[in-house]
Design a protein. Sequence first.
Length: 432
Amino acid sequence: MKRISWNDPNSAQQLEALYNRPACPREIEQTAAEIVATVRQEGDKAVCSYLERFDKVALTPDQFVVTDEECAEAENAVSETAKQAIATAIEHVRLFAEQAKPRDHFFSPRPGVTLGERFLPMERVGCYIPGGTAPLVSTAIHTVAIARAAGVSSIVATTPVMKNGKVNPSTLYALKQAGATEVWKLGGAYAVAALAYGTQTLKKVDKIVGPGNAYVAAAKKTVYGSVAIDMVAGPSEIMIVADRHANPAFAAADMLSQAEHGSGLEQAVLVADSAEFLDRVEKELERQSATLPRIATVRKVLEHGVFLIEAKDLEEAAEIASGYAPEHLELMCEHPRDLLPRIRAAGAVFLGPWTPEPAGDFTAGPSHVLPTAGTAKFFHGLSTMDFMRRSSILEYTEEALRKEIPAIECFASLEGLDAHGRSASIRKDFRK
């Protein structure tokens, strides 16, 4: 664990290093780019090779896509308790997604002119579901269910397979319940490449969404432009802004919830206005982490990814939070709504001691697919808008256009675009 204090002369430099954390290291970007290029060139052959190399599974191209029989088998393997939890999460995510869905709108800003926007769902999207270190069943819901609410007709999900060559039953069941129309047994950078370019067996998509490890993030960055992506997001992170009245056990538990994700590159940051409170949380982190089964991963994060920051006051804490722009931000203080206006960037903000981050991960409603590594300053969490195309709509009457022809001609002259000007002026003398 690393301590940073506002009265340390090196604190500004330490914070700046924290703010500028990379989403994916350069060497990982290079490796991911090589994998993407190979899949683009060799198609199914490369996918089979990477399946054996990374996932230790031998599949033929006709086995890439999950069958109806495998879906039925998965459904039978999932407990009724799990099915109910999955149904609850799907309903909550669907309701939020439908509430956030953009609507067509039109207005008349001046006589004879009608302007507006039209929104249509994409036809085919790809949702990446991590599963290398843990089956992220909830991500199936927090991607696919939103695409379905947006009206996407073809929803492809891809996720790493288990050692038996099958998709985790709970993940597969959640994917089908959420609305996936295809499920691929592929993971990592090579899965992203298959989504982006297609293979002899697999059809490409228009957009790729979903979280993943650094290789997945790097691959998405590489294919951007050939397809759309939601964001470039790296390992998970949480920041908690707390005052001296917060519960240290709550704070430690929430920090550890992100430390156990699996890559060891996660970050958990606490900013408080009390050194004594930081001491208490540090003890709680040690006590609680000792009881966790994923202790090796958690220990790595505790050593390299946990930062305990003493701020001068909550106003400075909010400034630090805005500079860090966390994926998840908890405001664990007496009056969180009063502090909220001071937060300028965060993927998701959790208010008060009774709103732990895992509620957002699983059942709350907004997608848990969120920007990391400070990219919340320019990316946003996944929503229905990410699965839709937006078109501007413009309509002029003859009289309305005639009023603006002089201005159109002027701009055409300024820019040396004579044909542009003629497009307007040719209508001057036209009479029906």
